[in-house]
Each structure stands twice: as C-alpha cells, then as structure tokens.
Design a protein around this ligand. Structure first.
Ligand SMILES: [Fe+2]
Length: 578
C-alpha cells in the first residue's frame, strides 16, 4: 500500500474511505463495532490503484472500527486506533471538536511538531473534523508533493486514518496555475460533497461546498481559481446556501484572508493581493448578512485573530469604531466571552476572523502589522487551532507545538434572559440555564448545571457564570388554586392548549400556536413508532412557534407533544405529505 487509508465525506449514514496501492487490485473494507469483530464488508472487484469505497447504511454519530484489504490480503491490522465516526444528525447538539491547520504541507519537522502539540493538548480525544485552509502541499500541490508532505505517517498519514478531512484549496494546490501544469491533484485526492450529500446546498463543484456537522453549518470556498465577483457562481451559490441554512452556527473558511498584515497584506492593491481584497469586498457582506460567526483563512504564515467585528469591507484605514462589536479579546474565562443575540435577527451581529497559516511555515510581516482589527497576532509561533462547539457556546484555541494555549476566545449565543414558570405549590421544577458550563445559582448558593426547585412562595432565581458575564433570571409563580386540585394534577394529558397548522404540510415547516398564558417547557416530535425526530424550532411571536423538519423527512403522521411549565402535557398530530 502506497497511501492511506484516509477518510472523506462523512454523512450521518455513510463515509468514503480511500487508499492507493502499487498495483491494480480490488477493494475491500471490513467494519464493525469492535476491532475483533469487523463482520461487515464492502467489496469492489474492479482492479484499481486509487481505491475509493463508500460505506452506506451506517448509524449516525457512531464509531466503527475498520480494516482494508486487496487481493485477499489485509493491508491494515484492526486496532483501536483504526476507526471512523459518522456525522451526528443535522441540527443535533453535542460537544464537537475540530482541528484547523493552514499552509501546513511543507513536510517539515515543524508540521509534525504542530500535530504532536495538538494531539497532546487534546489528549488523543476524538476529533470530529479536520479543516485544511489551503496550501496543503508545497510547492505546487502535485500528487508527489501530497505524497511526501502530507500522506507520510510521521506527517499527517497516521491521523488521516481516523479524522475526516474537509479541505479548501490554496494557490500552491493549483501550482500557481502555471501554463502546461497538470490539473490539480487536489481534486483527485479528495472526495468532497458537490451534491449537498452532507447537508447544505449542492454546489456542483468540489472547489467550494458546504456541510452540516450537528448544529454547525460549514462552508469551504475557493479564493484562488474561482470567480470572486458578486455575480459569479460561487457568490451566487453562497447566497442561496446561506439563505437555506437552518443551523445556528456558521463557520466559513478559504485560503486568502480578508484581513492580514503578515506575509501578505490585505491593504495591497488588486495587482499584488487581489484575492484578499475581492473576498473582503464581495464575499464578507454575504456571510455577515447571514450571521457568520467565524471565518478561517491561511496564506499569511502567521497567526492573527480579530476582535468581534462587522461591516469592515475597505482598507484598514477605513476601520470605524462602530465596526468593532466587542473590543475585548473574548478570552473566556479570563474575561467575558463575546455574546451574540441572534433572535429574531442574526445578521451583522459580529464575527471573528482568524488567520492560521502557521501550521508548517512562518514568514515575515507587512507594514502596519498587526492589522487594526486584530486582538492578537504573532509570526513567531507555529501552531494550529482547536474549535469546540457545545450547544450555544463556541471556544477556539490557538495551540502551539508544545500543546500550550497561546490565544483563545469564546462566543456564546442567546445566553442570559428571563423565563417565567407557573407551578402548583409543592411541585418541583428543573431550571436549566441558557449556557453550558459552570453555573452559580442564587439564592441556592451552589454551582451545578441545573437546579431543581420547589419554592414555598413565588420566587426569583438567578443563574450566573463564574465571572458574572451572563445572567439568567427565572421567575417561578404559583398557579391559581383551582388549577392545582388533585384531579387536575393527575390528568396526564390536557386538550386544547395548542394547535398546529397547516396539516397536512407539503413542505418541511409548520406552525404551533398556543394559549399565551402558558409557557412551553419541552417539545417533542415522534413518529408513529414513538421514535423521536430532530427538528428546528424558532419563536415567531409570543405564542407562535415555527417548526422545521430536517431534509428528507418521510411522509406520514407525526405526534407533536408539548409539556407545559405547569407539568401538563398536550399532543396533536401533523401529517407530512410531500
Ligand atoms: Fe498561499
């Protein structure tokens, strides 16, 4: 075996496994729940050197061990380090981790050290996806250079066996479009979603694409070889893709940074650094209109990380104070996180722009370093980025070759606010805060993720994070005594508190309207077998909700079950007939 195996294009139910052999032979992948029991097999008898096997019919967010074979010969030994994960269902929350490298494929010892630093920092925990920001194999992105600077096991080959790579192309992956160059090896090496297979709108090209990982919408763009104008196909697709997106987090990445004063200068003219200017002027407005949270680039061989900014599409001397949504570093928990309130409108609430072009190379700086949008910048530290997304919290950390955190920031969405509940005296209620970690409760005086209360009188409760940056207020009132009789309490299901419309639905969306005096504590949708379905929920008005099923929901009858904050349950049916 010459190359691999490596992983591409995971979806909730499938994955692509690729490898290369010296001679033409068939392709076999064995897989199963434990290394000693790889009882499933996919076999392609066609003799090839570049093997590509698609495994389908898999369970979402499930770990599978695997081994590959050709000519009845095992090419990899089953082990606990040979595995892949499928994607979680679209829209689902989790504690997801992503690794970001840029300008990495030098084949140098620094590339290996950055990898080792990252693996040490994450303590070999599972990484959900691996983002490559372009210039993935120096100097020209030729297949032989990918072989020597990427696929070697001491470089990235060992990790590519278990982490799915989601790359973007850089100028070096195109060999600078030198005349008579072969077509870029990038497109043969990677299998990327052109048809929206992993969520997102079909792009029809591997040059740019999008995918959904749980509650995150990722977008990979080609800032070198595609038209970057507002009327070009890439911008048009991006506009439509973002308009169709329902995931709360949006992370976009490409090679040429809109803001940099590193080895490239985003204030340079179109002749010198035109890609940077084009992406800033034409692509950023589309992203910011649709609430982008984080933009990642490479190209400058340094690390630069902005404050929370919005609407800065000109040269650096045109930066206005109003474009800086939050001037701090957002480096929680030393300081308060960046907070974004995206309900009812997510546009122009600020994004962080990071250049991570130092995973294999370091270079000099340009005049004006650091760029004025930056909170932190260094051109002397090799490193990569860890992004963690847990529900409405995103943490990003710049990790150096020793595994230490050099810079970090946190974005928290729609945290803090007031909720009102009505219960009967003696009933208990679980209060859940609007963010995930380290919650201090007042007046209970405890630090714990949630609080069960049964107050003797109507009571206010407060939840604070450790720094007092985020505060939730919970108002617990008592229901009128007539609603708290034994009969009422024992009635498991109560009719007529809400209705759904339209039904049957011929799209994926429907609405719920409920009596305004009640609060919804929990909403569940099940199929007729009682299996819970994922869905997207948006509050339209005080007592109206919009519910959206995921793509591919089957026709049928579904139960909408609502638990109100007084402990009463009510249900209704909705029919999907597409
Ligand atoms: Fe580059």
């Amino acid at each position: 075996m010459d190359r691999g195996p490596y992983l591409n294009l995971a979806t909730p139910n499938s994955i692509v496994i690729k490898w290369r052999t010296t001679t033409n032979c068939d392709s076999k992948v064995f897989y199963g729940p434990i290394p000693s029991s790889l009882n499933n097999v996919v076999h392609d008898p066609l003799p090839v050197k570049d093997h590509e096997v698609v495994i389908t019919g898999l369970q979402p967010y499930t770990k599978y061990y695997y081994a590959i074979a050709s000519n009845n010969q095992t090419l990899t030994v089953p082990s606990f380090s040979m595995y892949f994960y499928t994607m979680p269902p679209y829209g689902s929350n989790g504690n997801y981790k992503f690794w970001v490298v840029g300008d990495a494929g030098t084949g140098s010892v620094n590339q290996t050290r950055v990898k080792n630093g990252f693996l040490k920092h994450t303590n070999h925990q599972h990484i959900d996806g691996w983002i490559w920001l372009g210039d993935n194999a120096y100097d020209g992105g030729f297949d032989s250079e990918y072989q020597s600077n990427v696929f070697q096991h001491n470089l990235y080959g060992d990790v590519m066996r278990r982490i799915v790579v989601w790359p973007a192309p850089g100028n070096h992956d195109y060999n600078h479009n030198l005349p008579f160059s072969p077509s870029p090896a990038y497109f043969n090496i990677f299998t990327l979603p052109t048809l929206g297979q992993a969520g997102g709108l079909p792009s029809g090209t591997e040059a740019y694409y999008s995918y959904n990982y749980g509650n995150i919408h990722f977008i990979s763009l080609d800032s070198y070889d595609q038209g970057r104008g507002p009327g070009d196909p890439m911008a048009q697709w991006l506009q439509n893709d973002l308009a169709a997106n329902t995931q709360p987090w949006v992370i976009a990445y490409w090679h040429h940074p809109p803001y940099t004063k590193g080895s490239h200068n985003s204030d340079n003219s179109n002749f010198l650094d035109g890609e940077l200017v084009d992406m800033r002027q034409n692509i950023l407005p589309i992203l910011e209109n649709h609430g982008v949270d984080l933009v990642l680039c490479g190209h400058s061989h340094c690390y630069e990380r902005s404050k929370l900014i919005d609407g800065h599409y000109g040269y650096s001397n045109s930066l206005q104070p109003s474009m800086i949504k939050n001037p701090t570093g957002g480096n929680y928990p030393q300081n308060c996180p960046y907070q974004k309130h995206t309900i009812p409108n997510k546009a122009h609430k600020g994004a962080v722009y990071a250049v991570v072009g130092c995973s294999g190379k370091l270079s000099g700086t340009s005049s004006g370093w650091p760029h004025p949008v930056m909170h932190y910048a260094t051109n002397t530290i090799f490193g990569s980025m860890l992004i963690e997304v847990n529900k409405n919290r995103l943490d990003a950390k710049f990790i150096d070759s020793t595994g230490a955190i050099v810079d970090r920031f946190t974005i928290v969405k729609n945290a803090g606010g007031k909720s009102t509940y009505s219960i009967c005296p003696g009933q208990t209620l679980t209060l859940t805060p609007s963010w995930a970690e380290s919650v201090n409760w007042f007046p209970a005086g405890v630090n714990q993720p949630s609080l069960v209360v049964s107050p003797p009188l109507p009571t206010f409760y407060y939840a604070y994070d450790n720094l007092g940056c985020i505060k939730d207020t919970f108002v617990v009132n008592f229901l009128p005594p007539a609603q708290c009789t034994t009969t009422a309490l024992n009635d498991p299901e109560i009719k007529g508190r809400f209705y759904v419309y339209p039904t049957p639905i011929q799209s994926r969306q429907f609405f719920i309207e409920y009596l305004p005096e009640f609060e919804i504590k929990n909403l569940q949708i099940t199929n007729i077998l009682g299996k819970t379905l994922p869905f997207i929920l948006r509050k339209e008005t005080e007592n109206k909700l919009m519910v959206e099923f995921p793509n591919g929901v089957s026709n049928g009858i579904y139960n909408v079950i609502i638990l109100f904050s007084d402990g009463k349950k009510s249900s209704s049916k909705v029919i999907v007939q597409n």
